[in-house]
Design a protein around this ligand. Structure first.
Ligand SMILES: N[C@@H](CCC(=O)N[C@@H](CS)C(=O)NCC(=O)O)C(=O)O
Length: 209
């Protein structure tokens, strides 16, 4: 099994964390997005969106990180990343969609403006975007912070795919200057999840740490 990744990317890190969590060891193939490696014809044939992460398991090719996480979790039956209980399972789905629709795009504003632009030398942060990001962060960060009060995980009593998805955007919290002051529950929860072995293993693949 091969997993095409770009290790600093939250989208690929969350798939790597799930693979580690369930004890799968796909071959990691790094696509250097800075040099446009994702545009090469062989990769575009696998994923016409030319985006990482992309998974290849024999003849089976899969893209979109949430689908890949689901595949990895189901590929290895003995884990509790996908709850059996209907309410817990659909709550997990709720948070996963929330992450894709709201939390990811919100954190993505800070990640792009404060981190990616600097890294790729493509200009200064756009103040208007950061104002928009701050408004969105207040709205969705409050939802997450309130939900986490008295909880160790987003759903039920153990880590699910939702934790891996939502926490992935906090990997670069400091470098992206996410406005986390006052969001103590998010900080507590993300510290625990990102400090866990599957995440530590995934984070160790980022060149330069
Ligand atoms: N919705 C996709 C997003 C994947 C994505 O945006 N990947 C970015 C890196 S973070 C990428 O590969 N960009 C390269 C490009 O668009 O050419 C997922 O969840 O997998």
């Amino acid at each position: 099994m091969q997993l095409y990744v770009f290790p600093p990317s939250p989208n690929s890190l969350r798939c790597q964390a799930v693979a580690n969590h369930v004890g799968l060891d796909p071959e990691l193939i790094t696509m250097d997005l800075h040099t446009g490696a994702q545009m090469n014809a062989d990769f575009v044939a696998l994923n016409p969106n030319h985006k990482i992460p992309t998974l290849v398991d024999g003849d089976f090719v899969l893209w979109e990180s949430n689908a890949i996480m689901l595949y990895l979790a189901r590929k290895q039956p003995d884990n509790d990343l996908i709850p059996e209980d209907l309410h817990d399972r659909t709550r997990m789905t709720q948070w996963s969609y929330w992450n894709a629709s709201h939390w990811g795009p919100t954190c993505g504003i800070f990640t792009f403006e404060n981190l990616v632009k600097k890294f790729m030398n493509i200009g200064d942060p756009d103040p208007a975007q950061l104002v928009k990001g701050a408004e969105e962060f207040k709205r969705f960060g409050t939802v997450l912070n309130d939900h986490l009060k008295g909880r160790e995980t987003l759903v039920g009593n153990s880590v699910t795919l939702a934790d891996h998805a939502v926490v992935s955007w906090l990997v670069h919290a400091e470098a992206a200057d996410l406005p986390l002051d006052g969001y103590a529950e998010i900080t507590r929860w993300s510290g625990n999840i990102l400090g866990s072995a599957p995440w530590q293993e995934a984070l160790a693949t980022i060149p330069g740490g």
